[in-house]
Write a protein that binds this ligand. Sequence first.
Ligand code: SF4
Length: 388
Amino acid sequence: MKKLNGTVIVTYRCNARCTMCNRYKAPSRPEEELSIETIKKLPPMYFTNITGGEPFIRTDLPDIVRELNKISDRIVISTNGFFTDRIVALCKEFPNIGIRISIEGLEQTNNEIRGLPDGFNRGYETLRRLRAMGMKDVGFGMTVQDRNAKDLVPLYELSDKLDMEFATASLHNSFYFVEAKNIIHDRPMVAQNFENLINELLNSNSPKKWFRAYFNHGLINYIYGQKRLLPCDMSFDTFFIDPYGDVMPCNGTKDKEVMGNLNTQTFDELWNSEKAEEVRRKVRHCERQCWMIGSVSPAMHKYIWKPALWVFHHKFLRFYKKKKYSMYELKVVRDYRDGKVTKEQLDRCSTCDLHAVVNNGLSAASQEQLKNRSGEEIVAEDIANQQK
Ligand code: SF4
């Protein structure tokens, strides 16, 4: 079997309170979360993203990484950076893994959006300590929306100064985020901040940043509700697995789509099943047009000529120009400026659905525990017990 790109959602428990994600209200029960036995059944991977919830809530995360390290060429963990000591301890054992800490803007904006006490300083301090230890693959991840768009370039400059990676995203709606109402309101303002970032990236000397510029160009296209710039091939050579062992194409669908379950099946069995084929047929006709790094990065490698041509055009044919990129290269951005399309028309192209009933993807047992207590209370108690 050829190596795949996998995302392992080790838990749905989270201690942050992000405004754009309600997952913290819908945690998984620890007893049901992916066991080491199930992790051992995963296939060989060329890239593995470990995410949550907040993955470091799991005190057995080092055991999970130890197993994944045997079958994956590269591991990156997405975290809110709160559990500094746990992160530092893990990185001492695995200095080659990558760590991406979600920081949603400069201090005030970040703390407002993430809702973690002193979140910015904790995240920043964690990154600084990892750097001081000599960790190479560390960086920020930022989800750009109306209220933090102005911090986009300043945060990039901070990451650049620290010589760290800077990953961007924008608002999405799905069962994974337990959210259907995320939407960008002031598209030209947000796009302008992306345009500024793209020009910073194109003016750098790093080929990796030039390709990041293309990804951010795709984000402008996405927030205007347009068709993805590259095909989506999720579930063909890429998979997600949730805390219950359910293997899915991605985390962008409205409801959870299941190809099979790794607790009860082998990976080969579920990957080659009729159910998996059915999910692949759905992916082929998917209308959601997500532009998240998890689904775009494999597509950028597979259809490399497209971003490569874009980079060549913007970096080299405009070598002497300081402003190499304009958001008005996208027809829809021009059309909106010129009044040919309205905000309401663009809103309808997005996945925002104010009347949607969100399916949170929880198991019946995880759902049951929410009858008498909130997800926040359950997780807070859980963490307090861990820290006794
Ligand atoms: S566009 Fe791709 S990543 Fe998004 S929901 Fe559809 S299949 Fe998933």
